[in-house]
Every structure is written in C-alpha cells, then in structure tokens.
Ligand binder design. Structure first.
Ligand code: HEC
Length: 119
C-alpha cells in the first residue's frame, strides 16, 4: 500500500521546482548537459543545434521561467532527461544519451536562465 502511494506521488509530472537555485551551478549544468543542443552564452554562443532555441532567446518568452521549471517534461526532453524521484513512462531511447538530474539541479538551471534575462 505504501508503495502505491509513493507511485501516485512520484509519477505525477510536472513537478515544478520551487527552491532558490544557484545560477553559477546552473550554468555548469547547462554547459555539461544542455550545450550540445542549446547555445549557452559565453560558452558556445554560436554552438548547439540550429533548430534549438538558445537559453538567451528563451528569456524573451513571457513564461520562460515556467518552461525551464518543467523542461524535462517538455518535448523533446522527456525522451532523454531522467529526474531523480520522478517516474517517467518513456523507456530510455537507445539513440539518445540520457541526462540524469536531481530536482535541485532544475532550481539551479532556473536561477541560471533568470540571470540571462536582460534587465
Ligand atoms: C538533444 C538536444 C537537446 C538537449 C540535450 C537539451 N535540449 Fe532543451 N530543447 C531542445 C529542442 C529541440 C527544443 C525546442 C523544442 C520545441 O520547440 O518544441 C528545446 C527546448 C527547450 C526549452 C523550451 C521548452 C519549451 O517548451 O518552450 C527549455 C526550457 C529547454 N530546452 C531546456 C533544456 C535544458 C535545461 C537542458 C539541459 C539540462 C536541455 N534543454 C537539453 C533540445 C535539447
């Protein structure tokens, strides 16, 4: 029975990250895990994959913070991002290198993308 309760709680996505993150840690995570597709300012400004929005460009979208809080549940990330404690139904795709993150890593990524917003 306890297992059932845990399943119901954990399998429910999205799970918005709420705590205050660390933008410096977030930038390191972005470079390590995201820069092969997303351009990261002052790391690979012209890099990434053409069809993928740069993190700077994402800050022009009004709800970009919410998008970052739930990115792992948004296309195409659901196929390859594994968030600790969150049950995901999609099997590991053989062709995509899985990205494994902790919930607090999402807070750091949110703090990082907020730091890119033009004042
Ligand atoms: C394999 C390539 C790839 C990797 C790796 C990747 N992304 Fe993405 N990301 C994409 C693509 C492609 C889109 C555009 C999706 C669309 O517009 O439908 C996107 C869009 C986004 C968006 C906007 C989502 C939306 O619905 O508007 C966010 C936020 C995001 N990515 C965050 C991240 C973060 C954080 C990481 C690293 C932890 C990451 N991505 C790693 C390919 C990638």
């Amino acid at each position: 029975m306890t297992g059932m309760v845990a399943f119901l709680v954990l399998s429910h996505a999205p799970l918005p990250a709420q705590a205050e993150g660390d933008a410096v840690a977030g930038r390191s995570l972005a470079i390590k895990h995201c820069s092969r597709c997303h351009a990261v300012p002052r790391h690979n400004p012209r890099g990434g994959i053409g069809s993928t929005p740069s993190f700077k460009v994402l800050t022009y979208i009004a709800d970009y913070v919410e998008r970052m809080q739930t990115f792992y549940d948004r296309r195409p990330h659901r196929a390859f991002v594994r968030l600790e404690g969150l049950e995901q139904s999609a099997p590991d795709a053989a062709y995509a290198q899985p990205i494994r993150l902790r919930v607090e890593d999402v807070d750091h990524l949110v703090a990082y993308i907020k730091s890119l917003e033009s004042k």
